[in-house]
Design a protein around this ligand. Structure first.
Ligand code: SF4
Length: 508
């Protein structure tokens, strides 16, 4: 990973035509030169084209002059009104009014003992780590104070279905309250499926709760990562049963399977390395249209097991590129599956919109787009903040649903600090990185790995991940001689900006 952000490009500053060329950033992608600007526009040039652009020597009749002019790279044709409109549209999430994603930890109890459990689970007899009905009511009352017109309650744990009484009450109370509030209510749940029953399934589907589970790959790999507490028994068979059962129930109820199906999250451990293609095949086999190739995060039990299941970011990126290339190969054969992180970057790169993925944004959504509530009513900036809280560090705690005023939480100094630390226009290395317009910052990861909110790019792990993933996209576009890859990438873009983005760090 050494020299990750260095570029082999050498430019002669004395030849720069500052009177002709508008502000841009640049970097090398193989033999090509990528340029980008703050409106999110970009272009890939040959070295000769780049020299002509940089030195102000592009011919007026050259089609490239027209393209770069329209994209705001040439001073002579700058249209500041249209550029500011583009930026306003890209940053529309800033006008959404307040936190819309509310992660609710119904309990910390869980019957699984995953090797990387990010949630610091407790044993099934620890009912003291269940949310009570009183706390659930206080969480709903607090969350409804958000000015956002959309509230997405995402139930997590532990295993949320272990405290199903609170789930039932929470949904019923929120819906009742909403008869007077008239917000758009969305419920989702990240569940390991092992405590699912027909009765619970019917309740969740009747109430319109979107379900997401964890699936780490083929049976042996999933079972290695995700076993039941106190035994060597893995949980693949139960996940397999319930995903099929619930998807069949959606169909039986006449619901569009493209919109209604169980989503799955995978977490990459050392055991996954080299098995990316098998993991993708597992997702394709069960009809998934999307897979999120997620690296391990330094939260919860993963801190202690890192030596056993962790890896370097370079190893992860090798895994990512291999699996993502395979996904592209499948797409070229007509199979519809996409990689989720690539979809997020591609939506920024190929459409005028931002997908509002709160975990990779500038500024990040922690505290401004998301809040997380622990079982005891503690309020955190986001799911990762409460994970850190469960590890004994309340740096990201903002208050308590019973004692805190909404305005004190919304204006909490930690919310401001996290926002400031994630505006990449102002961060060293990001400010002149060619990927700045499409990238995002995760101050919580910086805090975990580097000990402060800002971190040091290019050394910070999330920077290396995002840089590597975006480089993969541009390398594939640079080699795309007949436009087939770009057509596939356009299909991967998220058509509607996600005002209801759910957390990527689900811990089921
Ligand atoms: S975090 Fe993103 S924008 Fe910042 S230096 Fe890294 S890759 Fe570039």
């Amino acid at each position: 990973m050494k020299g990750l952000l260095t570029t082999p490009l050498r430019v002669d500053p004395t030849a720069f035509a500052g009177d002709k060329v508008a502000f841009f950033r640049y970097g090398a992608v193989g033999e090509r030169v990528l340029i980008s600007n703050d409106t999110g526009e970009w272009a890939m040039l040959s070295p000769q084209q780049f020299d002509a652009f940089y030195q102000g020597k592009l011919e007026e009749a050259d089609p490239l002059t027209v393209e770069l002019g329209e994209k705001g790279f040439l001073r002579a044709s700058l249209d500041l009104e249209s550029m500011s409109a583009k930026i306003r549209r890209k940053k529309a999430f800033l006008r959404s009014g307040g936190p819309h994603l509310h992660v609710v930890v119904a309990t910390l109890r869980c019957n699984q003992a995953c090797r990387y459990c990010h949630a610091s689970r407790t044993d099934m007899d620890r009912v003291d780590t269940d949310m009570t009905l009183d706390t659930a009511k206080a969480v709903v009352d607090f969350a409804f104070q958000s000015p956002s017109s959309i509230l997405n309650f995402e139930f997590q744990g532990g295993e949320p279905t272990a405290n199903f009484e609170v789930i039932r009450f929470f949904i019923g109370y929120a819906k009742e309250k909403n008869r007077y509030e008239n917000k758009e209510l969305i419920f989702s749940m990240v569940t390991n499926m092992t405590l699912m029953t027909e009765e619970k399934m019917n309740f969740l589907l009747d109430e319109g709760v979107m379900l997401c589970t964890s699936l780490d790959g083929p049976k042996d790999l999933h079972d290695y990562n995700r076993g039941l507490t106190g035994s060597k028994v893995g949980t693949y068979d139960q996940v397999d049963h319930w995903v099929n059962r619930i998807n069949a129930e959606y169909v039986r109820r006449g619901m569009d399977p493209n919109l209604y199906h169980v989503d799955a999250l995978m977490t990459t451990t050392r055991a996954s390395l080299g098995r990316g293609r098998e993991i993708v095949d597992e997702y394709v086999r069960r009809g998934c249209r999307s897979i999120h190739l997620r690296p391990l995060n330094p939260f919860g039990f993963a801190v202690n097991t890192w030596k056993q299941i962790g890896y370097t970011m370079e190893e992860f990126l090798n895994f990512y590129r291999d699996a993502a290339d395979y996904i592209l190969e499948l797409n070229l054969q007509g199979v519809q599956i996409q990689e989720r992180m690539a979809s997020i970057f591609l939506t920024r790169l190929l459409t005028p919109d931002d997908p509002n993925y709160t975990d990779c944004r500038s500024p990040v959504g922690s505290g401004t787009a998301t809040l997380a509530y622990s079982f005891d009513g503690s309020i955190y900036t986001c799911d990762e903040g409460r994970m850190l809280g469960h590890m004994g560090n309340d740096f990201f705690k903002l208050g308590d649903v019973r004692g805190s005023a909404w305005k004190d939480v919304a204006h909490h100094p930690t919310v401001k600090a996290v926002a400031l630390a994630s505006i990449n226009d102002a961060l060293p290395a990001c400010s002149n990185c060619v990927y700045k317009p499409s990238c995002g910052i995760q101050p919580l990861h910086n805090f975990m790995f580097d000990g402060d909110l800002f971190g040091q790019r290019p050394r910070s792990r999330k920077c290396q991940e995002f840089f590597g993933e975006q480089s993969w996209i541009f390398q594939r576009l640079a080699a795309d001689t007949d436009g087939r890859i770009e057509r596939i990438f356009r299909r991967w873009t998220i058509q509607r900006p996600r005002t209801t983005s759910s957390s990527s760090e689900g811990s089921a």
